[in-house]
Design a protein around this ligand. Structure first.
Ligand code: DON
Length: 424
């Protein structure tokens, strides 16, 4: 693991390291999740529902005890899946092998439609795994900050499902893959024409801007606050907005502006489209590290409870619906290829991060800025594919009852599968 990271300008900077076990951070995150949880049913109009006193009480951190440090013991045999998790040392070796193998890959290119992202050092490469019990294994530039971008959609969606329920979100946004690029206007139009929901699903831009607009709050400021605090609680620490990315994206997001107003014209966004767009742009500009992302994913892997702060951020039901959405649309038009090769829910962002989750077991996040044509990090995809295979993490992997307990490496885009036996 490196303690130095190259900053966006290419110069060496001191790695930003924030101890997530610091009591202040714990109290803060406990407050965030309590506040998020307790405002879950908050109405959009003032004066109805939970009283101010109750909200203030919910924000008191006094009853929160500090989380236990993750220990070095091997994780308990996980209930789900038929293959036991490898030890921490084995996972460490897998991560290092993947980093060594893929760090020389030169395919792909930084996102440049958001100018601030074009400047990020393309060589940065970090991989972090957080097990569902909170243990962290990492290699490379896992403390280098980067913009979360579209991966934020996962956490805004978590907020909305927790608040409104899965059925309402399905009705209000749609949950089917568009098969189109993340910012497709054509997808909005085709859905409208076919009497499907124009927003598509919460992980494309149209659906994500709609998600923001639907988060219950009495003002735009409160809506942003609730989304941000949800992200913080998933991460177990207070995240910050990268103001340079936010300004850069705000100055150039005319295409998203078009989508927001198109959605207003179809009466999907009923409030102010520019407010929803601004909050969406802010959530995309939140700065995370690969380690943060893996912790956020581990919260989903752990049924919605952060495995280090032990705070319940969302219900297991919400977490499972969010993971389902990641499975069907997390990498946009190349999600089918991803699921075929890797077999786990994931979400990418044009900042270069990808988060993948093996429910009940672990989350893995990789960061490397150069992207493929669909906007997914090239090295991150390869590293995650390799580690999920090494840990037999595919959700579709099953072994015959009573068969040999030896795990075989599943087929991938690059590794041909050997037939086990001759067909009868
Ligand atoms: O809306 C946008 O274009 C960016 N804020 C996010 C796009 C994104 O990350 C797509 N994911 N791979």
């Amino acid at each position: 693991m490196t303690n130095k990271a190259k900053g966006p300008s290419g110069g060496i900077m001191k790695a930003r390291f924030v101890s997530r076990f610091a009591l202040a951070s714990v109290i803060a995150s406990a407050t965030f999740s309590a506040a998020c949880h307790n405002t879950a049913q908050e109405p959009t109009t003032p004066g109805i529902g939970e009283s101010t006193a109750a909200r203030v009480q919910a924000a008191q951190p006094t009853t929160i005890s500090p989380p236990t440090m993750p220990t070095a013991v091997s994780p308990p045999a996980m209930a789900q899946g038929s293959v036991a998790m490898p030890s921490q040392a084995e996972i460490q070796r897998m991560l290092e092998a993947a980093r060594t193998k893929y760090e020389s890959v030169t395919e792909g290119k930084n996102a440049d439609y958001i100018p601030a992202l074009a400047k990020v050092d393309s060589k940065l490469f970090g991989i972090a795994v957080v097990l569902a019990n909170g243990e962290v294994v990492e290699t490379g530039d896992t403390n280098a900050p980067f913009a979360i971008e579209s991966i934020s959609k996962v956490f805004a969606l978590s907020r909305l499902i927790e608040d409104k329920g899965a059925a309402d979100v399905e009705k209000a946004i749609g949950v089917n893959a568009t098969g189109q690029p993340f910012n497709s206007v054509l997808a909005v139009e085709l859905n409208q024409m076919n009497k499907e929901h124009p927003a598509g699903n919460p992980l494309v831009n149209a659906g994500a801007i709609t998600t923001v607009a639907l988060v219950p709050a009495r003002s735009g400021a409160e809506r942003w606050d609730r989304i941000k605090k949800t992200m913080d609680a998933f991460a177990g620490r207070q995240l910050s907005v990268d103001e340079e990315v936010y300004k850069s994206e705000t100055a150039t997001n005319t295409h998203n502006r078009g989508i927001a107003y198109l959605l207003q014209s179809y009466e999907v966004i009923k409030g102010d489209p520019s407010e929803a767009l601004d909050i969406y742009t802010r959530e995309c500009s939140v700065s995370v590290t690969a380690r943060d992302l893996a912790m956020m994913g581990a919260t989903l892997a752990n049924g919605g409870t952060n495995p280090v702060t032990h705070q319940r951020i969302v219900s297991p039901d919400t977490a499972s619906h969010v993971l389902a959405m990641m499975m069907t649309g997390g990498l946009y038009e190349t999600t089918g290829t991803w699921v075929y090769r890797v077999g786990v829910p994931a979400k990418s962002g044009v900042g270069g991060g990808i988060l993948a989750v093996v429910p009940g077991k672990y989350a893995i996040a990789a960061f490397s800025p150069p992207l493929d044509k669909a906007g997914n990090s090239v090295r991150a995809q390869r590293a995650i594919e390799s580690i999920v295979q090494d840990t037999s993490g595919s959700l579709f992997a099953a072994r015959p009852m009573g068969g040999s307990p030896t795990a075989t490496k599943p087929a991938s885009g690059t590794t041909p599968r050997k037939p086990a036996t001759q067909a009868p």
